[in-house]
Design a protein around this ligand. Structure first.
Ligand code: SF4
Length: 326
């Protein structure tokens, strides 16, 4: 990461990171979760250690966002604005937002068809937004949000990978009276969750597999931290909704389903309100080609409607509300 070193007027050394210059290297998930969005909370007078000159800087905290969805109805109550933050420590085989996994800006090949001709172009996945930019977007949708008792959802990727930005944008949203939700893979330091709990009305928590080895195989990441965070959040968060992706051949065998149900029952607290079963779908498959990445779910079909209905019946035995879809 590029950085510049300065000392402030009190001779305290300050390192300023360039938020737009992520290192062009592959970062391991365990390293990624320790990287924070660079922030200078209190811009003041700085002294360049090389030239001795004093100067003032004003840096805005920004988040790298790859998509903003208005009129979203699947990521919490009412009509919502869903903000997708870039970067995820997991790498799920079935991920339908592969452009959200890398914490870097990426090039995506676009293809437009006119008649029988194809025209190729490029677009960039990932754009920096300030907290004020996000507040402005929410303000423009306030009428729909308020009428439907909706709010704003921060999703990804894994939004807690940009935990400093997430904290500030959640605070700003709450200050302006918006209901807030965070859609998380569960993979972040619990300290990061603890910081955002006061400003988060609802956590949408993804649970993928109870076995560590299967979890590593399907997502590239251990589930130990995720299960620990799940228990802690159930104890401390106001409201949690569980989201279980139903991935054929990965987590839908009868034995695992039964163990999941028992796990949900045994860990349940008053914070856990409902379960969403999210059937695997293939809508993101073309994005892999456009990103130049291999698609690893070739030949796997989405679960049938009947299978999803049967699973819903089974999960209803937890005593919770169960929904198919987000
Ligand atoms: S946790 Fe979600 S965003 Fe991250 S790789 Fe898995 S499916 Fe994609």
């Amino acid at each position: 990461m590029q950085s510049l070193k300065y000392t402030d007027v009190n001779q305290t050394e300050i390192q300023i990171y360039d938020a737009t210059a992520w290192p062009q290297i592959v970062l391991l998930p365990d390293v990624l979760q320790h990287i924070r969005t660079p922030v200078i909370r209190d811009p003041s007078s700085f002294k360049n250690t090389l030239t001795g000159n004093h100067f003032s800087i004003s840096l805005y905290m920004q988040g790298l966002i790859f998509s903003i969805k208005r009129y979203s109805v699947h990521d919490g109550p009412g009509i919502r604005v869903t903000i997708f933050l870039k970067g995820c420590p997991l790498c799920c085989k079935w991920c339908h937002n592969p452009e959200g996994i890398s914490p870097l800006r990426q090039n995506i090949v676009t293809c437009r068809r006119i008649g029988d001709k194809e025209f190729y172009g490029n677009e960039e996945a990932g754009k920096y937004y300030s907290v004020e930019d996000i507040s402005g977007i929410l303000e423009r949708e306030r009428v729909f949000i308020n009428k439907s008792k909706g709010g704003v959802t921060f999703s990804g990727g894994e939004p807690l990978l940009q935990s400093e930005f997430l904290l500030e944008v959640l605070k700003a949203s709450k200050e302006k009276g918006f209901q807030t939700a965070v859609d998380t893979s569960g993979y972040s330091l619990y300290d990061n969750y603890r910081l955002i709990i006061p400003y988060t009305d609802l956590f949408l928590f993804d649970l993928k597999h109870l076995d560590d080895s299967a979890h590593i195989e399907g997502t590239g990441t251990s589930n130990i931290l995720i299960l620990e965070n799940y228990r802690l959040l159930l104890a401390e968060a106001r409201e949690v909704a569980l989201r279980i992706p139903v991935i054929p051949g990965f987590n839908d065998d009868p034995d695992h389903v039964e163990r999941l149900i028992q796990f949900i029952k045994s860990t349940r607290t008053g914070s856990l309100r409902r379960i969403s079963l999210l059937p695997f779908h293939k809508t993101g498959s073309s994005k892999y080609r456009r990103l130049g990445l291999p698609y690893r779910m070739e030949g796997i079909e989405p679960p049938s409607e009947k299978r999803m209905k049967d699973l819903k019946e089974q999960f209803l035995t937890t005593g919770l509300r169960v929904k198919i879809g987000g």
